[in-house]
Write a protein of this length. Structure first.
Lengths: 43, 434
């Protein structure tokens, strides 16, 4: 993703961490998975 | 409840506030005159007003008409003319709001520290963390500055201070208690819930907060239940805490529960999901005023909000889709058991200024360590209760009980059984010295 730095060192470090975490969440296995929640996921 | 007249109960709480609040910083705002006036009108508890005359501390992200809402921030404030839904229900049930409890700035923290309004301190040792962000309601409750507290739990903000301060704290099923009148942190995680000294107190508060008629105290439940001890969360705990959790699980088994170790989804998956979703949602909440106010935020909160606004919709939604997968995997891990048990905070209260905590010989950064066993559960729609399981070196230990959506009554029944096993948590020495 093309994210611009804010010029704030702590914020840029935080953003770098978030983007590194985002990279661990792959598209694999997400087919048909919608970002909604509720009792349908529970027995 | 003590059975004392409301005026005497409120006066006793206010006396504790006067004696202890200068050191512990539990309250940011106290309405002594208003509380005493309400006490004179309170009457005695009955079916319609089961909390008549009991003093409550409300976290300062929740609106109480007639008191400022500051969210623990340096420069942000609103003066609500209406109660939040949760507070309106408490007041209709007869409760008296003594004042507004300390919080991490905008509830965006887990340690109870607040650089602009003063850190909230642990009553078992004021040189240690209280846990947060519902720090004020927790400390007020633990020291009888209130009968109970109302907080919010987005990532673990009720369960963490409950664990470190020896209280029963309930993260409620998402959506069970309405959030209008609450300053949001991250709305797809935000919940409102009680902090109390006993499971029975927490159950009574839940009845009132959900608008149900007050029921009987929770029946201690262990016999016949099937409980799963979460292996991956137990592995994150410092060994003395892990040993206490195992011993409590064994005691529940001796009381008739079937207890087995259960594998749950990898907590690291939850960390990635949560940090992205929370940062994006919090940045959106603060967007209307952030540019104008950015220099007034605490540095750590400012950095998180600044980073969150840079995240794309694609990254946010991918994290939310992974959250749903995580939920499905956790639901699968719960098949065949009634509840999962785990540590709450996986160590006892650390020193106030520590930036790291040593767990089983390994130094770890404080914030993720405080959250490690709580954050994964916050991905679910489920309730989770932190219940005290005694102390280690004079500091409370918390055990977490996790159930399916809507299972608060069952979890508080298990908590009541644990109270029978563990006995009452010793109150902080400073709470009774007078």
């Amino acid at each position: 993703m093309a994210a611009k730095g804010s010029g704030d060192e702590a914020a840029d470090a935080e953003l770098a961490q978030l983007l590194a975490l985002a990279a661990t969440l792959s598209e694999q296995g997400l087919e048909g998975v919608e970002p909604v929640f509720g009792p349908q996921d529970w027995e | 409840m003590s059975g004392a007249a409301p005026e005497a109960t409120v006066e006793a709480a206010l006396a504790q506030v006067e004696r202890l609040n200068p050191e512990l910083n539990a309250y940011l705002h106290v309405d002594a005159a208003g509380s005493l006036a309400a006490a004179r009108e309170a009457g005695t508890p009955n079916a319609e007003r089961p909390l008549a005359g009991v003093p409550i501390c409300v976290k300062d992200v929740i609106d109480v008409a007639g008191m400022p809402t500051t969210a623990g921030a340096a420069g942000w404030r609103r003066d609500p003319v209406a109660d939040a839904v949760a507070v309106a229900r408490l007041r209709a049930g007869g409760a008296i709001v003594i004042g507004k409890g300390n919080t991490n700035e905008f509830a965006y923290g887990i340690d109870g520290k607040n650089p602009s309004r003063g850190d909230c301190r642990n009553p078992y040792d004021p040189e240690r963390l209280s846990g947060g962000s519902s720090s004020g309601p927790a400390v007020a409750t633990a020291t009888a500055m209130a009968w109970a507290g109302i907080g919010t739990d987005t990532t673990g903000s009720i369960r963490a201070p409950a664990s470190l301060c020896g209280l029963v704290g309930v993260r409620t099923t998402r959506g069970l208690i309405p959030t209008p009148g609450v300053v949001p942190l991250a709305w797809s995680y935000d919940t409102v819930g009680p902090l109390a000294r006993t499971a029975a107190d927490a159950a009574l508060l839940l009845d009132v907060l959900t608008g149900r008629p007050a029921g009987a105290a929770p029946r201690p439940q262990a016999a016949g239940l099937r409980l799963g001890l979460a292996s991956e969360l137990l592995a994150l705990a410092d060994e003395p805490v892990a040993a206490r959790i195992r011993a409590t699980a064994e005691a529940l088994a001796a009381a008739g529960a079937a207890v087995e170790e259960r594998s749950v989804p990898d907590p690291a998956r939850a960390t990635a999901i949560h940090r992205i979703v929370q940062a994006a949602e919090a940045a959106t909440v603060h967007a209307p005023w952030f540019d104008e106010q950015r220099d007034r935020y605490a540095p750590d909160v400012r950095a998180r909000l600044e980073a969150g606004r840079q995240l794309s919709a694609e990254v946010y939604l991918r994290a939310q889709r992974h959250r749903r997968l995580f939920t499905r995997d956790f639901a699968a891990a719960m098949r065949g058991v009634d509840a999962i048990v785990a540590p709450s905070v996986p160590f006892t209260a650390p020193p106030l200024d520590a930036t790291e905590v040593t767990i089983n010989g390994k130094a770890q950064p404080m914030r993720p360590a405080l959250l490690s066993c709580l954050l994964p559960i916050s991905q679910l729609d489920c309730p989770a209760v932190s219940v005290p399981v005694g102390t280690i070196d004079g500091l409370p230990v918390g055990m977490q009980l996790i159930g399916r959506p809507g299972s608060e009554e069952l979890l508080l029944g298990i908590a009541a059984a644990i109270e029978e096993i563990s006995g009452p948590t010793p109150e902080p020495a400073m709470a009774r010295d007078s």
